[in-house]
Design a protein around this ligand. Structure first.
Ligand code: PHE
Length: 422
């Protein structure tokens, strides 16, 4: 792809050996689902932002960012796997499609102490009903004066009937807030996380300051999730320890849905370096980032992530601004299943294969699954067989049309991946 150029949103960029954005992905940058008032993504976005009154809300940022914004500014190590071309869409070696809304933390923290960021984000990923290479995130952050955060948070928590977590213990728990807000409207929150060497406070923060910040963070997010799920009869929520390069300590919130714990957000105490670089060295703060599709799928009962991208009126006409209501599915059409087997080559990565499937076949592919693999005892060559499930969301597909796509896929796989079909 070298010697070519890529145009996104009227801007032209030079391609290089890193370039791996595809036309299918670039088309998505113009859709801006979070800005369509009747779209489930925007409805959830508005509902969440109502839990953060007075926060400055940024929702117009271009998805094209620098690797500095997406990684370096957020303290990602040079060899962090997230930087790899198999996981990230690069325009060229310096310019990429953001993989998270945190890419805008530095610039927005320089401007505001209480902020939200909503945007489309891009990740090369597997194909199934809950993964799509484009999705939407909402970021939130709040800063406090280092010198008053302890009193400020104590006052806020007292008003809502909660107590602060206590300092002193080697493994100070931050669960005090969760316990106090557990019995509201049948939303059960458990928090068994501990501050430890695996999930430490930053050296520059006193334990008191870190705990006050963490308590306020969990308090705010517990309130947000209760507000969001206020119509649900029952909800189980839990906090678990996590790791992010740009927060410490860090946590994830999960909700129990259809027999599984679903990760809904990541959060933590912002790395002080990030605040210092934003000119906010007298502040301490928290940040979170959540996935809007996950929450919308649960709240609207939307079974397949591709539906968010539908332009079918049977989907779009179902929703009204401000209203969370259950999605009425339209009929499912029968699938058409095709297998493809090939000898892989060194450096073969499944995401590269999936990328070609998306490019050749688009949204007509519901699922790609590795159903067989083996290594030849003599030649040591590895053979894989992928099963591709073709199914349209809104019409019957014919075997003839799928055969044609499958033929094109086979040719493209040989051409691009240099593998040998079996
Ligand atoms: N950016 C993180 C992600 O995409 C989420 C996050 C945001 C975590 C802010 C901590 C603080 O997974």
């Amino acid at each position: 792809v070298t010697d070519e150029s890529i145009t996104i949103g009227g801007q032209t960029y030079a391609a290089d050996a890193f370039t791996n954005v595809t036309p299918t992905i670039l088309e998505k940058t113009t859709r801006q689902l979070h800005l369509l008032p009747t779209h489930p993504i925007a409805i959830i976005k508005d509902r969440i932002s109502s839990s953060f009154p007075g926060f400055k809300h940024y929702d117009q940022f271009s998805p094209v960012v620098t690797t500095k914004q997406n990684f370096d500014d957020l303290c990602f190590a040079d060899d962090h796997p997230g930087r790899s071309v198999t996981d990230t869409y690069y325009v060229n070696n310096k310019i990429m499609l953001r993989t998270h809304t945190s890419a805008h933390q530095s610039q927005t923290l320089a401007e505001a102490d209480r902020l939200l960021i909503t945007a489309d984000v891009y990740r090369r990923d597997e194909i199934d009903a809950s993964h799509y290479p484009v999705f939407h995130q909402m970021e939130g952050a709040e800063l406090f004066d280092v010198n008053t955060v302890v009193q400020d948070v104590r006052k806020i928590l007292e008003t809502s009937g909660s107590k602060m977590s206590s300092t002193g213990a080697a493994t100070a728990a931050t669960g005090a807030v969760a316990a106090a807000t557990t019995s509201g409207n049948a939303i059960h929150t458990t928090d068994t996380t501990v501050i430890s060497a695996e999930n430490p406070k930053q050296d520059c923060h006193s334990e008191e300051v870190m705990l006050a910040t963490a308590d306020h963070l969990k308090h705010s997010l517990n309130q947000m999730i209760r507000n969001l799920f206020s119509d649900e009869k029952e909800l189980q929520v839990r906090w678990i320890d996590a790791y992010f390069p740009f927060t410490s300590p860090s946590w994830e919130m999960e909700i129990f849905y259809q027999g599984e714990w679903l990760e809904v957000l990541g959060c933590g105490v912002i790395r002080q370096d990030i605040l210092n670089n934003a000119g906010k060295s007298d502040k301490v703060g928290w940040a979170f980032g959540l996935g809007l599709e996950r929450l919308a799928m649960v709240l609207f009962g939307i079974p397949d992530i591709r539906l968010f991208w539908s332009t079918d009126a049977r989907f779009l006409k179902q929703f009204q601004p401000g209203q969370i209501q259950k999605f009425k599915s339209f009929s499912k059409y029968p699938p058409c299943i095709k297998d493809i087997s090939f000898w892989t080559v060194p450096g073969f990565h499944e995401n590269n294969f999936c990328e070609i499937v998306r490019d050749v076949a688009g949204d007509i592919v519901e699922d790609v699954r590795l159903i067989d693999e083996f290594t030849h005892p003599k030649t040591k060559k590895r053979s894989v067989c992928y099963r591709i499930n073709y199914r349209s969301m809104d019409r019957n597909v014919t075997n003839a049309e799928i055969n044609e796509i499958q033929e094109r896929l086979r040719a493209t796989v040989v051409d691009k991946l240099k593998v040998e079909l079996r």
